[in-house]
Ligand binder design. Sequence first.
Ligand SMILES: NC(=O)c1ccc[n+]([C@@H]2O[C@H](COP(=O)([O-])OP(=O)(O)OC[C@H]3O[C@@H](n4cnc5c(N)ncnc54)[C@H](O)[C@@H]3O)[C@@H](O)[C@H]2O)c1
Length: 339
Amino acid sequence: MTKLAVFGAGRIGRVHALNAAAIEDVSVARIVDPIASPERDALARCLGAEVCEPRDVFADPSIDGVVIASSTDTHAELLIAAAGVGKAIFCEKPVSLDFPTVVSVAGAVTQSGVPCMLGFQRRYDPNFRAVRDRIASGAAGRLEHIVMHTRDPAPPPVSYVVRSGGMFRDQAIHDFDIARYLLAEEIRTVYAVGNCLIDPAIGEAGDIDTAMITLTSVSGRFVQMVNCRRAPFGYDQRLEALCEREVIYVANRPQSDLVVASASGFTTAPPMNYFIERFADAYRLEMEGFIDLLRHGTEPLAGMREGVEAQRLAEAALASMRSGAPVHLDDGRWVPDAV
Ligand SMILES: NC(=O)c1ccc[n+]([C@@H]2O[C@H](COP(=O)([O-])OP(=O)(O)OC[C@H]3O[C@@H](n4cnc5c(N)ncnc54)[C@H](O)[C@@H]3O)[C@@H](O)[C@H]2O)c1
């Protein structure tokens, strides 16, 4: 039996805890969340888990791994603590909102040698993964450019915005990661423009709600990202990869496959409403990936390196937007040994 502890019983912690517990011979034995709530206690009951303090997890030799799905500002400390006692780690992105902290924690965790995986679940989405596999197989020919759309169904509340680290670090970080995943190389130039076009309260809180970001890879290929906090029809999550012989599309996934046709036209269901539904398969598969890492050492699709590099692009986008000029990055990156 593989025994896990889950930190954070909120939106995503619940998803990970239930996915982990559904895997054969995995038990979520402990839940840590300092905010007592009926949801936390119901989750613990449903898993047969004990609600406890962090120190109980780190002192318990029977716990093989931890799932860190608590608020972002707790990740760095929990990562260091878990690595210090040799627990395998699954941690949600981002490691921290402060980039120097991301780099130093990545260095420390890497040097500790504990198996560690980060929550870039889009890599485990069967569609996104199929695009990568098709390009890697050579079937499509050389990838030349990518266009990606990420639009949330509706702007988040300002209380969320002020703690999010801004749209680049909070939302676009998944697109930066997918750009690197599909290109299979690093980015050399980031050029970002952004504005607050939807909700003035987001602007007053110092953030943007609409951005266009152009990435140029080391070999000169392009990615056009469209990131936005609203789409009138729901969650908009699409991609097209133009290759030498094919264009590969990932379309929005509808809530049902029903099509109603009448004299006034064809009506289809709206897209799955938000990330918990849209990426349900991806969250399940990434948790299976974590258990494979823990049990067999299988390399995960996203580790500390992906966390550092995606966030480096988010920082560059912010700098580009503020300066109005492209930001040029060095080619040689990810140097955990030098940390
Ligand atoms: N990969 C993804 O698709 C994805 C999606 C959503 C959230 N996230 C990330 O997951 C994290 C959690 O997001 P969420 O939406 O579930 O937030 P949430 O606010 O719903 O849940 C966070 C939970 O952490 C708890 N918590 C706070 N301090 C804690 C501590 N010291 N120890 C244990 N628990 C603690 C809170 O009480 C809360 O219940 C964030 O870092 C977020 O960026 C990733």
